[in-house]
Write a protein that binds this ligand. Structure first.
Ligand code: ZN
Length: 277
């Protein structure tokens, strides 16, 4: 049934890509600066493939898009594989997937269609500009309200309630705390409970999800806090019996990548309608 299963067989799982990003400081930053118009999951997929093949990370496009840009793919070059979201019609019982109640559910397929700059030749490209990110753009776009910090707990760095967040004006890492609290809202944790975060993040899967989103955002946008998040996540991953690659469930990894993407895209200037290919 699935035409692309043969391609996806050797593609790393999202949880494995996330652990790679946790364990390799600088990887997300490099991936974002080369591939910022793609989703974070695809950025990491692309950079891992570039590293395996010894290709310089840089702009990526499909074969026809390179032609439109006045360049052509060199003979014999093998395409990179990225993931594309699709909407599937529900057929039969499949409790694994989340349904939107309309008989369809989001899914994705892997396709090998992209080539990095180094695999092409022709006209020079205009210089790449990385869009800036602003929290004042992100919050309204995400339908999240920033409220005054009213906690009397001196250790509290920030909190999230329903679709409201507050950051302690003297928070140690204000951007990290902002991303962490936004993640609690966007992933849906605040539908279940309020979150008040002290400078010691407790050990729970929800906190891992929020902290991983903060890591991806801080490192991609080069804002202070990535080291702290990395320390927390490594500590969590290596606890007890040592390194546990399956410690972060695949479903959590997907939520983490999706939330980080939403936050990053929401804070950038409105993008021109330009599909990923
Ligand atoms: Zn938290």
């Amino acid at each position: 049934m699935e035409r692309h299963q043969n391609i996806s067989a050797d593609i790393p799982k999202w949880s494995a890509l996330l652990i790679e990003a946790v364990n390799k400081p600088g990887l997300i930053m490099k991936a974002y600066s080369a591939f910022h118009s793609y989703s974070i999951g695809n950025q990491l997929l692309a950079i891992v493939q570039c590293q395996m093949r010894g290709l310089q990370p840089g702009p990526i496009n499909t074969f026809p898009k390179w032609q439109a840009l006045g360049r052509h793919v060199k003979r014999g070059e093998r395409a990179l594989t990225l993931c594309m979201p699709i909407t599937r019609k529900r057929r039969g019982e499949n409790c694994e997937e989340e349904s939107n109640g309309e008989g369809t559910f989001p899914s994705f397929v892997y396709k090998s269609r992209w080539f990095v700059l180094e695999q092409t030749e022709g006209q020079d490209l205009p210089p790449q500009v990385i869009p800036d990110w602003e929290d004042n753009r992100a919050l309204p776009a995400l339908n999240v309200e920033r409220i005054p910090f009213d906690s009397t707990d001196g250790n509290c760095q920030g909190f999230a309630r329903k679709r409201q967040i507050a950051i302690n004006p003297v928070a140690q890492l204000p951007h990290k705390t902002l991303f962490h609290e936004l993640a609690h809202v966007i992933i849906g944790h605040t539908l279940e409970a309020d979150f008040a975060d002290t400078e010691k993040t407790p050990r729970s899967l929800r906190e891992v999800e929020a902290e991983a989103v903060a890591l991806l955002c801080c490192e991609a946008l080069e804002l202070e806090g990535a080291d702290y998040c990395r320390g927390y996540l490594q500590n969590w991953l290596y606890q007890g019996i040592g390194f546990d690659a399956s410690a972060i469930p695949e479903k959590s990894a997907q939520k983490i990548f999706r939330a980080a993407d939403q936050i990053i895209r929401a804070g950038r200037p409105r993008e021109k309608l330009d599909a990923e290919d």
